[in-house]
Design a protein around this ligand. Structure first.
Ligand code: ADQ
Length: 459
């Protein structure tokens, strides 16, 4: 039987792994006797080169540890101080050090070597995200001929940004060893095609196939979804005592993000300030809850965004708070999923305003959590991949605080009929393109692209 091998930066560990990606892949992994390989999260002095088994899931989980140096150069360095800012249109935030690229290549080569003894005839390999661009090339060097696909969860950079990499040609060389590249949005497939055209040797054979460095690869769009039915159930079952209590009858506006400079959190606070200045009727009528746990605190740009957001929230609260009401509640913590689902359901406005985002699952979770009889309004940035699928949200430009403030005012006053109409279309999209659809569609395309290659090899 053809096994599925999933490789991602972090292995989902814990006895009861949850989260959309895990749920989606669990079925595929279980039915094909699959394996998930990834970093254990442990940084140690002398890591073993044998992958460690982690029992307790319905599929095999194999992990590896990293040294401090690997963690700094591969993960914090090339992945999160070069590729992350670049793919989110912020090359000015890159920190390019030669050892980052060395570390990124070294760790990817090590992962390929560690995988080799675990691979069998007939396996299909599915590599997740930007930490592992060189993995297919490294596997090929070791003689692996299995189909290898990649899915990029974040945006693909356009030519001007790609050119700011220390090694733009090498990026395309790495990509040319995959059989299938998966992107979140048409925007990313377009950026890939254009960047390849400007920066390397490429011939586009069809809208979804390319000759890259003389190797035929397929590239397609597979917008990721959520485990929609489960999230709906979670929101319906959310206990009432988790409801936010306010001293006024203010409507709730919610934002839930990792604290990241790509998510547009300061822009939200500025727009909210403009809203309260221009529309004083809304004072004490709207309460903004922003939940944003800090991530990647070792990287300087994340320390800066934390200070900036705290400062802005403090300023808006200082300017507008009354004895009964605080305009912004800013929480730096993760919230359990069932509580989150209940908060989304209660919120009259869901605010998803990234400056750049691969997809943004919060937009889909917010829609799934609503009561269809009296739903809230999703305000969505045109720069989230989700905007391609969700035109019935209020689509805004997050760089323009007046546009965003105007959308907040419109959402506050939107009649129920219009809210229901918009929500019905959004929910239909979220339910029909859920995460199971995503993994099924991707894996089918990987099979088709491999059959194509087999017939090329036979000619
Ligand atoms: P992320 O950048 O992490 O993912 P997102 O798609 O919004 O962004 O997913 C975040 C997930 O974490 C959501 O399920 C959300 O509910 C949860 N979450 C966020 N903050 C939380 C909090 N405070 N408490 C509890 N849960 C919280 C990357 C890309 C995205 C892409 C996904 C999946 O950047 O663009 O959509 O991968 O491909």
């Amino acid at each position: 039987m053809s096994r599925l091998i999933v490789v991602s930066n972090r292995l989902p560990l814990g006895d009861n792994p949850s989260g959309g990606l895990v749920v989606a892949l669990e079925d595929a992994l279980r039915s094909s006797g699959g394996v998930w390989i990834g970093f254990s999260g442990e940084v140690v002095d002398d890591p073993s080169d044998d992958l460690q088994d982690n029992p307790g899931a319905p599929f095999d989980r194999l992990s590896f540890d990293l040294t401090q140096q690997d963690h700094e150069e591969y993960y914090l360095g090339y992945s999160n101080s070069i590729l992350w800012p670049l793919c989110h249109g912020r090359p000015n935030l890159m920190r390019i050090l030669p050892e980052y690229l060395d570390g990124y290549r070294r760790v990817n080569a090590r992962i390929a070597r560690m995988m080799l003894p675990h691979l069998r005839e007939g396996d299909r390999i599915w590599v997740q995200d930007y930490h592992l661009f060189p993995l297919a090339a490294e596997l090929r060097k070791l003689g692996v001929t299995a189909p290898v696909g990649h899915f990029l969860h974040i945006p693909f950079p356009g030519p001007a940004d790609c050119a700011a990499l220390p090694n733009p040609e090498e990026l395309f060389e790495w990509l040319s060893h995959f059989d299938l590249l998966g992107f979140q949005a048409q925007r990313d497939l377009g950026a890939f095609a254009e960047s390849a055209r400007q920066l390397t040797q490429v011939t586009q054979l069809s809208p979804t196939s390319f000759l890259l460095d003389d190797r035929k690869i397929h590239a397609q769009v597979f917008p990721i979804g959520i485990d929609a039915a489960a999230f709906v159930a979670e929101a319906e079952a959310a206990p009432d005592e988790d409801r936010i209590r306010t001293l006024t009858d203010a409507k709730l506006m919610i934002g839930v993000d990792r604290l990241d400079y790509s998510k547009g959190i300061p822009q939200r606070f500025r727009a909210f300030q403009i809203l309260l200045e221009q529309d004083p009727e809304l004072i004490e009528k709207i309460s903004f809850l922003q939940i944003a746990p800090p991530t990647r605190g070792e990287v300087e740009a994340y320390q800066v965004i934390r200070e900036e957001t705290e400062h802005l929230a403090g300023r808006v609260n200082g300017q507008f708070s009354t004895l009964n009401w605080t305009p912004i509640r800013f929480i730096h913590r993760s919230v359990p999923r069932n509580v989150l689902a209940g908060l989304f359901r209660q919120a009259h406005i869901g605010l998803v305003t990234p400056l750049a985002d691969g997809m943004n699952l919060v937009a889909k979770e917010y829609v799934a959590a609503q009561n269809p009889e009296d739903p809230g309004v999703l305000i969505l940035s045109r720069f989230a991949g989700a905007a391609e699928q969700m035109p019935d949200a209020l689509i805004i430009n997050p760089h323009d605080p007046h546009d965003l403030a105007q959308a907040m005012a419109e959402a506050m006053r939107m009649p129920k009929e219009e809210r229901r109409r918009r929500h019905a279309t959004l929910l239909e999209e979220v339910m029909s393109h859920d995460v199971a659809w995503w993994s099924r569609t991707y894996l089918r395309a990987l099979r088709v692209s491999d059959q194509g290659h087999e017939s090329d090899r036979m000619q």
